[in-house]
Design a protein around this ligand. Structure first.
Ligand SMILES: [Zn+2]
Length: 299
């Protein structure tokens, strides 16, 4: 299975336009090729057709970084045939507005996410005025076979928190999902979970049997944003289990024997971004890395 790591950042990227935290200042001083963009991957078993997991505000630049995602035939075409959304968050869906130039994509999301993208943030209607995207509703537990891409994708429930822009309702079943992606022709598999609000038995099983895991690295600690004085919300209030702590994601990953263990969706405040930090050393001690943005990995 081929996986293009398009980006690894949580909301705002690194540097974030209005932030001068330690991480943002460091990356800003090192230049543009060290910038980190919003979390997304493109994945393929066949190498002929690709599916995106989420579509970020950085999507067009992210596609240009990978030759395998460039158009190959005729005047207008794309090897990208589908987009799977993990949720309706703006950082994972704004890029759909940028993929409207006559393309024909299959857009997969759970029913509740399709609904909020039809009403609260009506990207479905906006984009379909320009492009003939086909929207397909998923449910937790479902499996989708993508023959052209050579993949089987299983939908795994990962949280109930709805985006902040949704009026009224705050939670719904399958507001957030993760994907367990299997190569149809090899035994390799990827568990991709950029937002994990809970660590269920199903998630635990997927993280244990996958060849490669890429999981929620948004926050190191539950009170990270509070400690910087930039928000009054805890990580869990924002739909993310923190990495550290007794029930943190690092303790859960200790049970995974996956040869590849990566963090994605890392917030710009997270000290794991600093190569000299204690937090980064704790990752390395568990053989966990930051997913390599701008690189394709074979699993
Ligand atoms: Zn920052």
């Amino acid at each position: 299975m081929r996986v293009c790591v398009l980006g690894i950042s949580a909301g705002g990227g690194v540097p974030q336009w209005n932030c001068r935290c330690e991480n943002c200042r460091d990356v800003r001083s090192r230049g543009e090729r060290f910038h980190q963009s919003h979390a997304s991957i493109a994945v393929s078993g066949s190498g002929r057709s690709w599916c995106l997991i989420n579509s970020t505000p950085d999507i067009t630049n992210q596609i240009e970084r990978f030759k395998s995602l460039h158009p190959r035939t005729g005047m207008r075409s794309s090897p990208i045939t589908s987009v799977f959304l993990t949720d309706g968050e703006l950082d994972h869906t704004l890029g759909l507005l940028l993929l409207r130039q006559g393309a024909r994509l299959d857009v997969y999301a759970t029913g509740v996410v399709v609904d909020i993208l039809s009403k609260d943030f009506p990207v479905r209607r906006l984009v379909n005025s320009y492009a003939d995207h086909r929207w397909k509703k998923l449910v937790g537990g479902q499996q989708i076979h993508l023959e052209r891409e050579g993949l089987k994708i299983s939908v795994i429930s990962a949280g109930t928190k709805l985006p902040r822009y949704v009026q009224g309702q705050k939670s719904a079943i399958d507001a957030t999902v993760a994907y367990y992606i299997e190569d149809l022709r090899s035994a390799s598999s990827l568990f991709y979970a950029p937002s994990l609000q809970e660590w269920t038995d199903t998630i635990d099983a997927a993280a244990k049997k996958a060849t490669c895991v890429m999981v929620d690295g948004t926050f190191w600690s539950d009170d990270e944003l509070i400690s910087y004085g930039i928000a009054d919300l805890k990580a869990k209030d924002m739909g993310h289990l923190p990495l550290d702590g007794k029930d943190g994601i690092l303790s859960k990953l200790a049970n995974s024997t996956a040869p590849g263990k990566y963090l994605v969706h890392v917030n710009n405040t997270n000290r794991v971004l600093r190569s000299s930090s204690v937090e980064r050393k704790m990752l390395l001690d568990q053989q966990i890395s930051l997913a390599p943005e701008r690189n394709e990995i074979i699993i």
